[in-house]
Design a protein around this ligand. Structure first.
Ligand SMILES: [Zn+2]
Length: 230
């Protein structure tokens, strides 16, 4: 059976095993980066990062030093709605991660900052990136596709209207699935086991059978993360 692929999960905070899942485990700060690195497994890819919400209270250098041990960088980015750090400091941190990425995939958070984040990815010649839980402007989807980047669909797509419109307009070739596991959204703790809800939604919206969607997501994931079967 084709496994489910979770392209963005705060796996360190869940401390559970998930059968038949391949998980990209993102981090939020230095200590969770260390913890995440220790969780590397044949079905768990590990990322190191400083989340934009933590930029105001985290030192950059210690996390940059962990990059060689990581499979990818994330969750990094910009947040013009909820982060405490000023814009210029967020941009400085994000840019530094892009410059030091060693060609690794960037797993991006860009709430209310989609255009700026995309512009920086392109400016620093990033080859592989995911704009996680994309709920930005529809017209940017073309540029995301043109740059060879991906977006993720979160199970909350079943009720979040803005996210639904994105999924309706995005081609399947740029779509990955995610849980954002560990994060609580509108009173529900998100987990990888919710991903089938996102698949069901895709099946309905795209009018393509489930097994085919799972295969496309698998291909996309392998391409994005440079990942081959364990
Ligand atoms: Zn996240």
């Amino acid at each position: 059976m084709t496994p489910y692929y979770d392209a963005h999960c705060h796996y360190y905070s869940l401390k559970k095993k998930y059968e038949n899942f391949v998980i990209a485990a993102v981090s939020d700060d230095y200590s969770s980066s260390l913890e995440t690195l220790s969780l590397k497994d044949k079905n768990v890819l590990v990322g190191v990062a400083i989340h934009p919400w933590n930029v105001h209270r985290e030192k950059l250098e210690p996390v940059l030093k962990l990059i060689p041990k990581a499979d990818f960088i994330g969750e990094v980015g910009l947040d013009y709605r909820l982060a405490q750090a000023p814009k210029d400091m967020q941009i400085e941190y994000f840019t530094k991660f892009l410059q030091e990425s060693q060609g690794k995939l960037i797993n991006v958070h860009a709430l209310d900052a989609w255009k700026d984040a995309l512009d920086l990815l392109i400016k620093y010649d990033v080859k592989r990136a995911i704009l996680h839980w994309y709920s930005g402007p529809i017209e940017l989807l073309k540029d995301i596709e043109g740059a060879g980047y991906f977006i993720t669909v979160n199970p909350s797509v079943t009720f979040q209207k803005k996210h639904q419109r994105v999924v309706e307009n995005a081609p399947l070739k740029i779509i990955l699935t995610e849980s954002d596991g560990g994060y609580e959204y509108r009173g529900r703790l998100l987990e990888p086991i919710h991903i089938p809800e996102a698949i069901d939604f895709l099946e309905k919206i795209k009018n393509i059978e489930k097994e085919k969607i799972l295969k496309i997501i698998e291909e996309n994931f392998k391409k994005a993360f440079n990942f081959s079967d364990p």
